[in-house]
Design a protein around this ligand. Structure first.
Ligand code: DQA
Length: 146
């Protein structure tokens, strides 16, 4: 079962970007960890990151066409991109929104995500472990056929 783990802008800089907020795990380590969690769970996990909004929208369209589940960290787009939200609304399988940091405990402009209302669920503030938890949830859910 294919699951896309999609990451928005600046997440390619994990490991060196605001380590006090996002932790020391590099983006390469995050990819390895998602792929190995996928193998453990019998999921075909494809991990991607982009700084270009149209690219993320194209990946979401493809996931919708394939009826694939998605783990999405929309990063800064969470807070203002109606285009990303509309693409998420096209998905036909579960969508788990992940934020590494607790967006509710940060600047006010981060408190609202325009994506959350069209997500199946949201994990935030649990560090990069949120991705692993999201994949576990999807594996359970997909095995139940929901
Ligand atoms: C983030 C939180 C966003 O506010 C921020 O713009 C990011 C990362 C997180 O994972 O905590 O780039 O989505």
């Amino acid at each position: 079962m294919r699951v896309y783990v999609l990451n928005g802008p600046n997440l390619g800089r994990l490991g060196t970007r605001q380590v006090d907020v996002y932790g020391a795990t590099s983006y390469a380590d995050l990819v390895t960890s998602c792929e190995s969690t996928g193998r453990e769970l019998g999921l075909d996990v494809v991990v991607r990151q982009t700084d270009a909004e149209h690219e993320l929208i194209g990946w979401l369209h493809a996931a919708a066409d394939e009826q694939a589940a998605v783990v999405l960290n929309p990063a800064a787009w969470s807070h203002y991109s109606i285009a990303v939200r509309d693409a998420c609304a096209l998905l036909r399988a579960p969508l788990v929104e992940v934020h590494i940091s607790n967006i509710h405990a940060r600047e006010e402009f981060r408190h609202h995500s325009v994506v959350s209302a069209v997500a199946t669920g949201v994990i935030c503030g649990l560090g990069v472990d949120g991705y692993r938890l999201a994949l576990h949830h999807l594996a359970t859910r997909l095995s139940q056929g929901v």
